[in-house]
Design a protein around this ligand. Structure first.
Ligand code: ATP
Ligand code: MG
Length: 225
């Protein structure tokens, strides 16, 4: 199977916990060794948000703030490459064309953002589309898609399944500024919709959830395109 996974804020906290990064890499290596092909897209997490806030305070444009975030995501991807070792392609693609070339080499491709005004969620969905992925798994710092943001509403309920239409409705009121705290970028949801990409949003606290989604287990939230 061809798997595209997006790993964001649940892994890239500002302490950059190497054991957690290593545990995620280990799961991806095991999946690769079972014959699957993988692209892992690193998000920016807390670190990117700090750079973006600082740049914005210094008067940077939103495009510059986005670019700042992209650099951080590419550094995060490099951390994954370090952890994946021989299982990873050693370079981070900076365009979809490069991604396709690197992907054809058979190793795990780790990448970050591509261009301003595109979140890494959108990048991951576009990558899933480009490589004709069988599965897109986004890990999040939450139990899955919940009725409300569980960080702000402790009573929020995790949904086992959500349609793209309902998901887009939930996202309508959210802001689009660089580094905004969002469940998932609506652009990613539109791409999932147009290409009918089988998608799971799973809790990132246990990297084995990526494998569980691949195995068809009931984990996190299934997004129905
Ligand atoms: N309805 C909701 N259900 C679940 N999570 C939600 C919801 N609304 C907002 N969130 C928040 O969305 C966030 C998504 O987590 P994610 O790991 O993608 O974080 P992130 O910091 O945005 O990562 P990245 O920087 O890579 O985009 C969670 O922190 C969660 O609190
Ligand atoms: Mg996000």
């Amino acid at each position: 199977m061809r798997l595209v996974t997006k790993i964001g804020g649940s892994l890239f906290k500002d302490d950059l916990n190497h054991q957690k990064i290593s545990a995620h890499a280990q799961v991806l290596r095991e999946i690769r060794r079972q014959g699957h092909q993988i692209v892992v897209v690193a998000g920016g997490g807390e670190i990117a948000r700090k750079y973006i806030e600082s740049a914005r305070s210094l008067g940077a444009s939103e495009a510059e703030c986005d670019q700042m975030g992209i650099y951080v995501t590419r550094l995060n991807a490099r951390l994954l490459i370090s952890a994946l070792n021989d299982d990873a392609f050693p370079e981070v693609p900076e365009t979809v064309e490069e991604l396709r070339k690197y992907f054809a080499m058979g190793k795990i491709v780790a990448m970050g953002g591509l261009t301003p005004a595109h979140s890494t969620d959108a990048v991951a969905a576009i990558v899933a589309e480009s490589v004709n992925a069988d599965l897109f798994v986004k890990t999040i710092d939450a139990p899955g898609v919940c009725t409300e943001d569980p960080k702000k509403h402790p009573g929020a309920k995790k949904l086992d399944e959500i349609s793209v239409g309902k998901l887009l409705e939930m996202l309508q009121k959210k802001s689009l500024v660089a580094g905004a705290y969002e469940l998932i970028d609506p652009v990613a949801v539109r791409v999932i919709e147009r290409s009918k990409i089988p998608t799971w949003i799973v809790p990132g606290d246990d990297p084995a959830n990526i494998r569980r989604a691949l195995d068809g287990e009931n984990v996190g939230t299934k997004v129905v395109p």
